[in-house]
Each structure stands twice: as structure tokens, then as C-alpha cells.
Ligand binder design. Structure first.
Ligand SMILES: [Ca+2]
Ligand SMILES: [Ca+2]
Length: 140
């Protein structure tokens, strides 16, 4: 399976693995994960992601903005974390309509969530352009 490209990520098999993963991490069975705890556990599990990049994931997936990761918020990103390199995950999450580009609407949503500035004249970014954009912003 490629990096989240395959429809298989939606199958029960992977879905179940993802939920097992969640339950394993949610040791207090609270129904949500604390991002810092999740980051530590992902590191232990061997996932290579930097803290600034991880914080960017969290800002993007925390739909109800409570600073915690609920199961429903965790599910889409987990599939990507399992199968994608770290800098692809943020692209996947940011590409809401899954057309392989980050358009202005997606950029402005991301900028709002992460507080990143972008050039309003940009209509869309390719994956490579977006990666460069993310890298630049994470370095700040
Ligand atoms: Ca949340
Ligand atoms: Ca898109």
C-alpha cells in the first residue's frame, strides 16, 4: 500500500488497527489522547516525526480545538502516520479535498490554524511547494 493513496486505508482491517492503536495509547480509557503523551508514545513506537511537525499535525486535526485528540480526529491521521513519511502526513491532512494540491482555501485554513502567513497571490501549491512552505514555517 502506498502512502495513504490506496482506498484500503478505509477498510475495516486498517480501521481496526488504528482503533487498537488508539485504545492502546488511551490507557485511561478517557476517549481522547493528550498530544504530548501521544508524541512520546509515537516515538517509542518508532515513528519519526519532529515535535514542531507533530504540533502542526495536532493543530490541523484538532477540529473541536480542545487541545486533545479524540478518536474521530485521530483516525484519519493515524492511517497516514502508519504509511507515510512525516512530511507527507501534513500534506495529506492539509489536502482536504484530496486533489493532490493545496489550494488557496486549504492554505488559508491551515494558516488560520497554525498562524502561518502565506502569499495571498498563490492560487495553489504542489506537494513539493507545500513541503518547502512547511519546512520554512517550521524553522521559524
Ligand atoms: Ca480535539
Ligand atoms: Ca486540495
Amino acid at each position: 500500500m502506498g502512502c495513504g493513496e490506496s482506498k484500503k486505508e478505509d477498510t475495516d482491517m486498517v480501521g481496526e488497527n488504528v482503533m487498537d492503536f488508539f485504545d492502546r495509547f488511551d490507557t485511561d480509557a478517557e476517549g481522547y489522547l493528550n498530544p504530548d503523551k501521544l508524541f512520546e508514545k509515537l516515538k517509542v513506537e518508532g515513528f519519526k516525526v519532529s515535535k514542531p511537525m507533530f504540533d502542526a499535525y495536532i493543530a490541523l486535526i484538532d477540529e473541536n480545538k480542545d487541545g486533545k485528540i479524540q478518536k474521530s480526529e485521530f483516525k484519519p491521521i493515524m492511517g497516514y502516520i502508519i504509511s507515510c513519511p512525516a512530511d507527507d502526513v501534513i500534506f495529506k491532512v492539509a489536502d482536504k479535498n484530496k486533489d493532490g494540491k493545496i489550494d488557496k482555501k486549504e492554505l488559508s485554513l491551515l494558516s488560520k490554524r497554525l498562524g502561518w502567513k502565506f502569499d495571498e497571490s498563490i492560487e495553489s501549491m504542489t506537494k513539493d511547494e507545500f513541503k518547502a512552505f512547511v519546512e520554512k514555517n517550521l524553522k521559524k
